[in-house]
Design a protein around this ligand. Structure first.
Ligand code: BGC
Length: 713
């Protein structure tokens, strides 16, 4: 291979033929499609991303296999984040299921559909821990908790990649964005990060490690800088940690022009230096900037970049292409017929409905307003009541909202002719609608119950959609206040890509369902829960704070030297805001059911031997009148350690199904390894002493509590 051909193998460009959302997300690369085919034939490209399906891939791959000198197959990549044509809940919503198996199943289907359309590689999962809800990309991850992120990262990788990367039903996963992209200062997307190596290793790196351990063969460097070093040029991160410590053998791709952005960061003097720094640090593939094709020939000729480094990256990309089966059959995933045959199959839409239903979190249910009867007069009010436009949510490249089931359609399908339904938008998402509130008030006055569908639109969540204020947009808040003043009971059906700070009539509504962006089956899934055909079982993967100004807020924070009780009183000189406690309004792990579950009889042995384990247990009893699925959570706290430990850490969880009156003893085993933390020099450490244990329904609930002492060796 010539150096130009090698550089070409390290260059990925957005497809010149991209339609719809693909084109909006990633504008085509400048050249038109015939020109891009010539680039591919000339060996200037390793592949393209976010293209237009099998027909496009067929045209490009055919040209390369027939006319190029080396006949190295192209690689087709795409952002398949939460489904291809069948759209599943946003990743943060799926995390609310606390069932990694669901994420594995939906990723499997996404791969089946996308691979059918010629896609070899997805830029997913996003495994960035999201502790600041101002950050719009919180929607794309698994929330604030490390354990949950690890489990969902691994599950999604297994789902996308299956057992065989070369199968025409699977695609390569790409855990992103390495690393701490979600720790951007002020929750501002792309912003700088400054955090300790300890936090990197304890919070932000573990989900990546889990994804690599599950077999991910690619990973994406993040846009951000950490403590002055942009991730795209961080050799410690991309080589020492990733390759040497984690043993990662796949490819590292830059984020969209993140190599070129080393200049804007003030890290590289010019594009040429940026190319050199990125490659030497360990970025194998350059996305969208053409930096490697422009400068590698010269950088190698001048001796600034050793040919061996270029060869190593080329070998990695060719190895991955081989693993994907492309040398055996460059067309193995490209089939126009299969693309259509696999799209939106009924059995896959059924999985989307189940995943969506299980993603819904019941925050409040005063006076057991829910489930609703399928009779009487129901007023659906709000900008999302009858609109399909925001069902799928952000980062949805290949699906059309027109195919999704909106709330009104779902409600009507559930109740048939038994109840009357009116639909009144009342307001736009961020702008008022003339006469909207009057119409909504009239509808509320004429109804027995209001279902108020409000929250964030697609455009308010996802990449670059940072918010300073995570409240309901003002016109919708005004709508909620006016509707509440009618006195008709309200069920808030919240649409959201992040945790929100709910206020006034929204916070005080009789019932609140968190429904995120649920995808293709939105309306059916919400109706399943509204009318009690299915029991709500989702739990918050992110803490809902009292106020926006608490951000970043997450449950496994440190105590400080002056902890304050969670109470409405304002203790003096304590860790407390003037207006709100240092707590969540609805904490991580919270979610109600249609039953009523009591935690009792904690069984926590007094001691754990150094080489032993303890079985901890509690009794959960459904004292309510309806069956329910309870998520029983196990948290611990290391009371005193040579490095301070969080006030709680999630260690395990289990769902149990409880009929009315039923009780079950839920048992967990804790071993010494479950008590590990990173010591003073970051080594894995366990120290004898006291450990608090909570078996509880949320991170802020006492549940069944006890203490054990880890005995010295
Ligand atoms: C995003 C990535 C995405 C890439 C390609 C970037 O702006 O940060 O997550 O995979 O674009 O679409």
């Amino acid at each position: 291979m010539t150096i130009a051909e090698k550089a070409g193998q390290l260059s990925l460009m957005s497809a010149a033929w991209g339609g719809g959302n693909a084109a909006a997300l990633n504008p085509p690369s400048g050249s038109d499609f015939p020109q891009q085919i010539e680039d591919a034939v000339a060996g200037r490209l390793t592949g393209v991303f976010n293209g237009n399906g099998a027909r496009m891939a067929l045209a490009m791959q055919t040209a390369v296999m027939e006319r190029s000198r080396l006949k190295i197959p192209l690689l087709f990549a795409a952002d398949v984040i939460h489904g291809h044509r069948t759209v599943f809940p946003m990743p943060v919503a799926e995390a609310a299921t606390f069932e990694p198996a669901i994420a594995e199943a939906t990723a499997r289907i996404a791969a089946f559909e996308a691979a059918g359309a010629g896609i070899d590689w997805t830029f997913a999962p996003m495994v960035d821990v999201s502790r600041d809800q101002r950050w719009g990309r919180a929607a794309e991850g698994a929330g604030e908790d490390v354990l949950l992120n690890r489990l969902f990262a691994a599950a999604r990788v297994r789902g996308f990649q299956g057992n065989d990367l070369a199968s025409p039903d699977t695609m390569m996963a790409c855990p992103k964005h390495l690393v701490a992209y979600g720790a951007a200062e002020a929750g501002l997307d792309y912003n700088s990060v400054d955090l300790s190596e300890r936090t990197l290793r304890e919070v932000y790196l573990p989900p990546f490690e889990a994804a690599y351990a599950a077999g991910a063969m690619s990973t994406m460097a993040s846009f951000n800088e950490i403590a002055g070093i942009p991730s795209t040029a961080n050799d410690w991160l991309l080589t020492t940690v990733l390759r040497e410590e984690f043993g990662f053998a796949g490819i590292v791709v830059s984020d969209y022009t993140s190599d070129e952005e080393l200049v804007a960061h003030g890290f590289a003097a010019d594009r040429r230096e940026a190319a050199k720094l990125a490659l030497l640090a360990g970025v194998d593939l350059s996305m969208q900037s053409n930096l490697y094709t422009s400068y590698l020939p010269d950088l190698v000729a001048s001796g600034e970049v050793p040919m061996a480094v270029v060869d190593r990256s080329v070998r990695r990309i060719l190895t991955v292409k081989a693993m994907l089966g492309l040398f055996e059959d460059p067309f193995r995933r490209i089939s126009v017929a299969r693309e259509a045959q696999r799209s939106r199959l009924p059995r896959n839409l059924a999985v989307a409905r189940e995943a969506a239903r299980k993603s819904i979190v019941l925050l409040e249910n005063r006076d057991n307003l829910l489930p609703l009867a399928k009779t009487g007069r129901i007023a659906l009010i709000g900008p999302f009541a009858g609109s399909k436009a925001d069902c799928n949510g952000p980062q949805c490249v290949y699906a059309d909202n027109a195919d999704a089931v909106d709330l009104a359609t779902g409600v009507r399908a559930a109740i048939g002719e038994r109840a009357s339904v009116t639909v009144t938008p009342g307001t736009g998402i961020e702008d008022a609608l003339p006469g909207g509130i009057d119409a909504a008030v009239a509808a509320a006055n004429a109804a027995d119950v209001v279902v108020l569908a409000i929250g964030e639109g697609t455009a308010m969540a996802g990449e670059a959609q940072s918010r300073t204020d995570i409240r309901i947009p003002e016109p919708q808040q005004a709508l909620a206040e006016a509707v509440a003043a009618t006195g008709t009971p309200i069920v808030v059906v919240l649409k959201n890509g992040r945790a929100m700070a709910l206020h006034g009539a929204v916070r005080d509504a009789q019932a609140i369902l968190v429904t995120w962006f649920l995808g293709s089956e939105t309306g059916h899934a919400i109706a399943d829960i509204l009318f009690g055909d299915h029991a709500p079982s989702g739990r918050l993967p992110v803490s809902f704070p009292y106020e926006s100004g608490q951000q970043p807020y997450y449950y496994d924070r440190k105590a400080t030297g002056r902890p304050a009780p969670v109470s409405t009183e304002r203790p003096s000189y304590r860790t407390y805001w003037r207006t709100v406690p240092n707590a969540a309004l609805w904490p991580f792990g919270h979610g109600l059911t249609y039953g009523k579950v009591a935690y009792s009889a904690p069984s926590i042995p007094a001691t754990m031997g150094w080489n032993g384990s303890v079985e901890v247990a509690a009794t959960v009893t459904n004292t309510g009148r309806r069956s329910c699925e309870e998520l029983v959570q196990l948290y611990i706290r290391d009371r005193a350690a040579s490095v301070t430990q969080p006030v709680r850490k999630l260690k395990a969880f289990r769902k149990v199904w409880l009929a009315p009156g039923a009780r079950e003893i839920v048992r967990f085993t804790l071993r010494r390894d479950d008590l590990l933390f990173r010591g003073r020099t970051l080594e894995a450490t366990v120290e004898p002493g006291d450990f608090d244990v909570w078996i509880a329904p949320s991170a802020q609930d006492e549940g069944a509590y006890g203490v054990f002492r880890l005995e010295p060796a």
